[in-house]
Design a protein around this ligand. Structure first.
Ligand code: HBI
Ligand code: FE
Length: 280
């Protein structure tokens, strides 16, 4: 059954202007909860030594476990007390301006449908496992929480400056596929990696992809692939560094970017800080 014919209540269109729906937690089937448990256990086994400490602390604080799809109302009590963030349920991808507007107001739009059992390894759209397991734990971290809000505010602004394609790359290479230094090792913080068992091993351990130092403008020049593991990962030193890199007004960056050529996902430049040069 394709998404277009899926009549699940967790994918039902919103009657509200902000695209939010009710999670309808009581409507999850035993099979949907079991799919969560399978995905959770598989990922959880891989996390020690791979996921960053802040992510693991967030999972623990939220009491997100293998015990089934979490109830957003319960998560929201904890999130609200920690960082003032809220999860709002949405039926799927929402329009960019709606997405940014939520983030700018410390609301994370999370899908609430569960992927089918034949989609354990890969699903193109975000589902509740990707959104809740991958994204929500870091919203417990005060600095990352502020970064996400700043990103939303920046998104609203970028739309008015015709630079959304540039800013979307920042989201991709940080929030979705970011790596962070931990002493002399690397750890994962990107939700797209942390919700994929294959990419959680690949991003850190494969000799194939590039691992390059974080550089804001360089990232905003770089195309990304949505259909396979990444060819390049960018490594931040800390969430504080990441957050502070978004302090300046991006308007002059967008002006410069508009006359620079875009980079391919696998490109390595002489000015890049090369942590690992891929054999891709
Ligand atoms: N909607 N539900 C949802 N989740 C996203 O991650 C999302 C979206 N709409 C737009 C969007 N992302 C993009 O604009 C950003 O990734 C840049
Ligand atoms: Fe995501």
């Amino acid at each position: 059954m394709s998404a277009a014919f899926d009549t699940s209540i967790h994918r039902s269109a919103s009657a509200r202007g902000d695209f939010t729906i009710d999670q309808h937690w009581d409507h999850y089937t035993a099979q949907e909860h079991a799919t969560w448990a399978t995905l959770y256990r598989r990922m959880h086994d891989l996390l020690p030594g791979r996921a960053c400490a802040e992510f693991l602390a967030g999972l623990e604080a939220l009491e997100v476990t293998a015990g089934g799809i979490p109830d957003f109302r319960r998560l929201n009590e904890i999130l609200d007390a920690r960082t003032g963030w809220q999860i709002v349920a949405v039926p799927g991808l929402v329009p960019d301006e709606i997405f940014f507007e939520h983030l700018a107001n410390r609301r994370f739009p999370s899908t609430c449908f569960m992927r089918r059992p034949d989609q354990l390894d890969y699903i193109e759209e975000p589902d509740v496992f990707h959104d809740v397991f991958g994204h929500v734990p870091l919203l417990v971290n005060p600095i990352f929480a502020d970064y996400m809000q700043a990103y939303g505010a920046g998104g609203v602004k970028a739309m008015g400056q015709h630079a959304l394609h540039n800013l979307a790359r920042l989201y991709w290479y940080t929030v979705e596929f970011g790596l962070i230094r931990d002493g002399d090792g690397l750890r994962i913080y990107g939700a797209g990696i942390l919700s994929s068992s294959k990419e959680s091993v690949y991003a850190l351990e494969s000799p194939v992809p590039n691992r390059l130092g974080y550089d804001l403008v360089r990232i905003m020049r770089t195309n990304y692939r949505i259909d396979d593991v990444q060819e390049s990962y960018f490594v931040i030193n800390s969430f504080d560094d990441l957050f502070r890199s978004t302090d300046p007004d991006f308007t002059p960056y967008y002006t410069t970017l508009a006359i620079m050529r875009d980079l391919k996902p696998g490109d390595v430049l002489i000015e890049d800080e090369v942590i690992h040069r891929g054999r891709g």
